[in-house]
Design a protein around this ligand. Structure first.
Ligand code: AMP
Ligand code: ZN
Length: 439
């Protein structure tokens, strides 16, 4: 069978050639970056010159860039060119302090659209598809980011926006949607609306592909989505600072996400020591943009925890894969001395068939002790059934979570649909300890 690629010459480029391309692009990137007030100062202090870079490893001599740097230099401190050249900005929803803003010129937007098109292509989307983009349009990158990628690919796009499940279902049925992008936590809720309408997405739609991402989720959640809708669901990773979607994407093998190394230089570092970790080990993902002009970022600390999958993918692409994000280093919470990632708890819950699609972890202080309360939605017919079965389910969930994270939770089962549903990304943890609210 002949394999299909979006940009064969780049996707299967021999790694030595890919490295050469990275060095060229890194030089160009540093050239652009040096024109921004922020990097100009850094480069002068450290005596860094773009032309001296002969190897990508030399990047280790450069300092990291952090979200804090972006906030402190808000809004224009990273801009490399006059505003006349800039055609768009996107920003990520900071709940505290200045938002994180990223600026693009025309080149940057073209490059981004191409990366999204390439990403959709490797997940099997083609120009014959009808693609419904179910997420907020506006400053959030998932809206316009996918929009331009879908158009570049040539599929018929439906810019549906977020929410309004009945309308989403109507659009799917009216236009015969075959592929869609949505955040995974929304798809469980959408399914409940299908059910309430007496519809089965497997029979009553033509969906075949979902692209899911923008928030951490487990393989269990992916498999559930695939079963509910009768589709293949592909993991899509990105962040505003790196454009948004189109940074790393799963191919047909669904075994880790190819990170586009012609556009992004990847490092995985130990988040405490900031030293590189060997391929295969988990650490924090650090990325340098290689194809951005208006606002390049160098060694940006994403806070996302993942690893490089060491072996080559069966699809033939030479760009390495990163593993599913297990969480953000700032997502982790410590309770009773134990480090816990919300995804560890999700991994347990979504393996249990009676459990619905949502859960919420609340950390609170009760009688001077810190407690972890886990509210779990249970499917309706189960919730309304035999009380003894519910009690035994509570005990079983409690024991499984305790075995995984070494802290005994207070598990509360609630009816499917009863937990609060935010419009955008799911909120999994609320920390009420010491009176503070953090999510
Ligand atoms: P934002 O820039 O506001 O869209 O947020 C980007 C962040 O969302 C990333 O740094 C990750 O923490 C998270 N994220 C995006 N895509 C994924 C994904 N596929 N899996 C896990 N987390 C993701
Ligand atoms: Zn692959």
């Amino acid at each position: 069978m002949k394999r299909e690629y979006w940009q064969e010459e780049l996707e299967v480029l021999h790694r030595n050639e890919l490295k050469k391309l990275q060095v060229e692009r890194l030089q160009a990137t540093l050239g652009h970056a040096g024109r921004s007030p922020f990097y100009n100062k850094v480069f002068q202090q450290k005596n860094i010159k773009a032309d001296n870079i002969k190897d990508v490893e030399q990047i280790w001599d450069l300092p990291f860039t952090t979200k804090q740097d972006l906030r402190e230099n808000f809004p224009y401190g990273f801009l490399t060119m006059p505003k006349k050249e800039i055609v768009r900005l996107h920003s990520s929803s900071g709940t505290t302090g200045n938002p994180t803003v990223v600026f693009h010129n025309r080149h940057d937007l073209d490059s981004w659209a191409n990366l999204v098109a390439r990403s959709l292509f490797i997940a099997g989307v083609r120009d014959t598809d009808v693609f419904q983009n179910i997420c907020g349009y506006g400053l959030f990158t998932g809206g316009l980011g996918f929009q331009y990628g879908i158009e570049k690919l040539g599929a018929l796009s439906i810019p549906a926006g977020a929410g309004n499940s009945l309308r989403q279902i109507k659009l799917m049925r009216d236009y015969g949607t075959t592929a869609a992008h949505a955040i995974p936590s929304y798809l469980g809720r959408l399914y409940e609306v299908f059910e309430a309408e007496g519809l089965d997405p497997k029979k009553d739609t033509q969906l075949r592909i979902f692209v899911i991402g923008a928030e951490p989720h487990t393989d269990e959640q992916r498999r559930r989505i695939e079963e509910m809708y009768g589709v293949k669901a592909y993991n899509s990773f990105g962040l505003t600072e790196m454009n948004g979607p189109g940074v790393a994407f799963e191919c047909e093998y669904q075994d880790g996400m190819h990170i586009w190394e012609d556009a992004y230089l990847v490092e995985i570092v130990n988040p405490d020591t900031l030293e590189p970790v060997p391929d295969g080990d988990y650490g924090e993902l650090v990325i340098t943009t290689l194809d951005r002009q208006a606002m390049p970022l160098i060694r940006y600390r994403t806070r996302d925890i993942t690893r490089i999958i060491p072996d080559r993918c069966k699809c033939g692409r030479t760009h390495r894969r990163i593993d599913r994000i297990t969480g953000r280093s700032d997502d982790m919470f410590i309770i009773k001395g134990c480090n816990v990632f919300p995804m560890q708890i999700e991994g347990i819950l979504l393996k249990i068939p009676e459990v619905g699609s949502d859960y919420m972890i609340t950390l609170e202080t009760m009688n001077g002790n810190d407690e972890m309360v886990v509210e779990v939605e249970v499917k309706k017919d189960w919730f309304r059934g035999d009380i003894r079965r519910l009690e035994s389910l509570t005990r079983s969930i409690t024991a499984q979570i305790r075995d995984e994270v070494l802290v005994k939770p207070a598990v509360k089962l609630v009816e499917a649909g009863s937990l609060p549903k935010p419009e955008g990304k799911a909120v999994r943890v609320i920390d009420l300890r010491n009176g503070g609210i953090k999510n």
